[in-house]
Design a binder for this molecule. Structure first.
Ligand SMILES: Cc1cc2nc3c(=O)[nH]c(=O)nc-3n(C[C@H](O)[C@H](O)[C@H](O)COP(=O)(O)OP(=O)(O)OC[C@H]3O[C@@H](n4cnc5c(N)ncnc54)[C@H](O)[C@@H]3O)c2cc1C
Length: 381
């Protein structure tokens, strides 16, 4: 059992730490309060190879393993949860779906732009009326000769209004349930694909979240990602990998908040002593650090299992569940350590806390993770 990162992974981590310290942390508060999408910084991450993290070099990507990718998401999340979410959703939802299931033609057409960051990717599963129960989606794709006509809408889509490439899940055979859903890819600007309202959120404020509307969006047979009617099963596989990135993002947010709280607790004096001297504060740090360490072990183990081709669905769900809830508990403690200042936007603790909440909801809520974990246990998997 080896618990060390490789020299390449350490170099990646150090490079991103420097980038985040210079380019992300100082700007995160402004992005959060204005809600402005940090397009320039995202483009620079493209230049660093982070937007094609797991894409093989032949398609213009960095060819990283999942452990390295998780490390990258964690480091970015330490500086800014929203930016971490942009990176995670682009890579783990849109790019990964195309990479894992797309035809060679689709990969050659879309991956180089996505991997370089020339275009951002969005992935649409959730709808206004269907989230956890994604199988009850209402977006339909109907055959018209050898073409497909898509009608419906999607809700809460990350990069919804800034993406250049969209992967969209739609019902293609209503009678077949899980075997009646297909994934399609469409570029921004396609006739019939429009962006609905942009959503204003509790946290992750500079991550772009929007509604998508499809009105007779017509695509050819070459736009099918995977096989016709295999979209739902492919989606479940895609989401299992995505959970590792949300677990990594959770760790980043939790650790980022802890670092800020540590610095504050060493400086802030009450009763003539730094508040870090008080046992009540020390215990909060001890609990935060222990839970986040456990989250790291679970997350990197799930990533390592995926890299070695072994089953990882259960471990990814457990890592996502534990890490997101540990981040939530940890960031609440960070706000408490900052006292009254923690409740203001003068310090970043409250931003981390608001950002952490999304990790308990996106890519399957904590309740859904518990259902997956229990179901696997009961079925003996
Ligand atoms: C900021 C943000 C970004 C997102 N990005 C994307 C994206 O890029 N692409 C995309 O497709 N989706 C995206 N989503 C959607 C996200 O995946 C869903 O919000 C999530 O899966 C929950 O679905 P829902 O919001 O419809 O809640 P619901 O499914 O309506 O759930 C409401 C509550 O009921 C609980 N619940 C539901 N079913 C059960 C059950 N069987 N047992 C116990 N409890 C249950 C849930 O856990 C939750 O607490 C995003 C959401 C947000 C907020």
């Amino acid at each position: 059992m080896e618990f060390a990162f490789s020299p390449e992974q350490e170099a990646l981590r150090d490079m991103l730490r420097t980038f985040v310290a210079k380019e992300v942390r100082p700007k995160a508060h402004t992005w959060d309060t204005t809600g402005e999408f940090p397009g320039e910084t995202v483009a620079r991450l493209g230049g660093l190879g982070i937007l094609g993290a797991m894409v093989p070099e032949e398609y213009g990507g960095s060819g990283m393993d999942t452990v390295s990718y998780a490390l990258a998401v964690e480091e970015i999340g330490k500086g800014d949860g929203s930016l971490g979410l942009t990176v995670a959703s682009h890579n783990s939802l849109c790019v990964s779906h195309i990479l894992s299931f797309g035809s060679e033609e689709i990969k050659r057409r879309y991956l180089p732009d996505l991997a370089s960051g020339r275009k951002l990717g969005a992935w649409g599963l959730t709808e206004p009326g269907s989230g956890s129960d994604s199988l009850s989606m209402r977006t339909r794709a109907e055959r018209k000769g050898d073409r497909w006509v898509i009608n419906g809408s999607k809700m809460f889509i990350t990069q919804g209004s800034v993406a250049g490439v969209y992967v969209i899940l739609a019902v293609t055979d209503k009678e077949k349930g899980k075997d009646g859903i297909t994934a399609f890819v469409a570029p921004s600007g396609a006739k019939g694909l429009s962006v609905g309202r942009k959503l204003h959120k509790l946290g992750m404020c500079s991550s772009d979240t929007a509604e998508l509307v499809f009105e007779d969006l017509e695509v050819g047979p070459e736009a099918v990602v995977g096989r016709v009617n295999s979209g739902f099963r492919d989606t479940m596989k895609n989401l299992a990998g995505g959970r590792i990135s949300i677990a990594a993002l959770s760790m980043g947010i939790g650790l980022g908040a802890m670092q800020e709280a540590l610095a504050y607790a060493r400086e802030r004096t009450q009763f003539g002593r730094p508040i870090a001297d008080f046992q009540a504060i020390q215990w909060m740090f001890a609990e935060m650090a222990t839970e986040l360490e456990a989250a790291e072990l679970m997350t990197f183990r799930a990533a390592a299992l995926k890299d070695s081709g072994r089953p990882y669905v259960q471990e990814a769900a457990m890592a996502k569940l534990f890490a997101s809830e540990a981040a939530m508990r940890g960031t609440i403690k960070a706000v408490q350590i900052f006292g009254g200042y923690g409740y203001t936007q003068e310090y970043p603790a409250e931003r981390y806390m608001r950002d952490a909440k999304l990790c308990e909801i996106g890519e399957g809520t904590s309740e859904v993770q518990r259902i997956i974990i229990a179901r696997n246990l009961i079925r003996g998997r």
